[in-house]
Design a protein around this ligand. Structure first.
Ligand SMILES: [Zn+2]
Ligand SMILES: [Zn+2]
Length: 229
């Protein structure tokens, strides 16, 4: 039996493992080599994008478990870790609100995984844990704190997100990304105080994305004068 075969497309003499199996040919192998086969597939896909997408969707819908299994195996491979990370980053940038919501759902369904992950992270990063504790303690000690309520903040600032400027639907409950949250206009980490003068309403997701930056007008920075649109 021959150990090489000629590809009908690129005409190269190639080892048999370079050909896909086929039930349509006498030899049991496809006429074109894997490289040519793949190239043809790519060209077809580029010319029939919508059709291919619809067919992929149909297949995925009909074979949910199979697709999930393939996906799980692919993610588990170390060479695909970086690819997965980059893809997640791209998806997050494309629709942050949806990604936050998906994350929240996943967290709610996998509390053991989260605590296991946190436990591992803490034991692998003892220095960082120490630094975080110190920072939290310093903030608590250093920040001036005057109690305030949600009703007081809404009465003072209105029902608007101080970060994106859109209205906040108060019927939406935490931890929904569009739910109400208290936002420190001047972050505590930047010397802001924990009192109503430095608090504005914000969507939970806007607040999460803001991190340590300053948005909105602190009454302290404005000499105690409130100027809200
Ligand atoms: Zn070929
Ligand atoms: Zn917002």
């Amino acid at each position: 039996m021959a150990i090489v075969k000629q590809c009908s497309k690129c005409r190269k003499q190639l080892p048999l493992e370079m050909f896909c199996k086929s039930s349509c040919t006498k030899s049991g192998l496809a006429c074109a080599c894997k490289v040519c086969h793949r190239k043809r597939g790519e060209i077809y896909r580029a010319n029939n994008l919508e059709k291919c997408r619809a067919s992929s969707r149909r297949y995925a819908h009909a074979n949910k478990e199979k697709v999930r299994e393939v996906w799980r195996n692919w993610i588990a491979k170390p060479e695909n870790k970086e690819k997965t990370r980059l893809k997640n980053k791209r998806l997050h940038a494309a629709d942050p609100v949806k990604r936050l919501e998906n994350n929240r759902k996943w967290r709610a369904l996998n509390p053991e995984k989260i605590s296991e992950y946190c436990r591992k992270w803490r034991s692998a990063n003892p220095e960082k844990v120490k630094q975080r504790c110190q920072k939290r303690r310093a903030i608590k000690k250093g920040a001036q704190h005057t109690p305030y309520t949600k009703a007081q903040v809404l009465a003072l600032r209105g029902q608007w997100c101080g970060i994106c400027g859109l209205e906040i639907d108060l019927s939406v409950k935490y931890p929904h990304p569009m739910s109400f949250s208290f936002d420190h206009i001047q972050p505590l980490t930047k010397g802001g105080i924990d009192a109503i003068e430095n608090i504005q309403p914000a969507h939970y997701s806007c607040n999460c994305k803001k991190l340590d930056r300053t948005f909105g007008l602190s009454l302290v920075a404005n000499g105690g004068v409130l100027s809200v649109p």
